[in-house]
Ligand binder design. Sequence first.
Ligand code: SF4
Length: 195
Amino acid sequence: MYKYLFGPVPSRRLGMSLGVDLVPNKICTLDCVYCEVGKTSKLTSDRKEYIECSKVIKELNHYLLNNPSPNCITLTGSEEPTLNSKIGEIIKLIKQQHIGLPVAVITNGTLLNDPKVRTELKDVDIVLPSLDAATKGIFEAINKPHSQINIEHHISGLIEFSKYFNGKLCLEVMVLPGYNNHHKELLELKRLLIK
Ligand code: SF4
């Protein structure tokens, strides 16, 4: 059937959401201990057209022509969607060809430090990034990042994006017993969130 689409699935925040995979399983900038998909097979921060933009748009157009419209198109999957260097073009084409259909991006947020990625996501309706730690040791223990990714860049990317983005931003924090559920880390996270 469809190779890059999944669902639509009901989502509390997004309604009936049609998922779109932009990167093959399982390429990610992180290797989180809680990842439902399993271990990251390729840990990288290199952006590429991992799945061709034209193939994604072709499938999406076919789906939307032959099925009831979902409430939202969600760029996500079992990996990090912003690793696809054509995400900006894909968003632009969805917005041009399906006017009024909201687009969401579920991202771990680690590439938002790159101004190009922030620009590419600017026309999205909802961005749902993650932040599980406020400090280096906890970030490394929970999220096991690629060597080019660090907590300072992760946090500054989120802060810059929150200043620049006009859509809805929903930050997700995974609280993990034994990792980040102690008073000091939670207070530091709170301090960052209200910054
Ligand atoms: S960022 Fe998401 S896909 Fe990547 S390892 Fe963490 S939970 Fe899994």
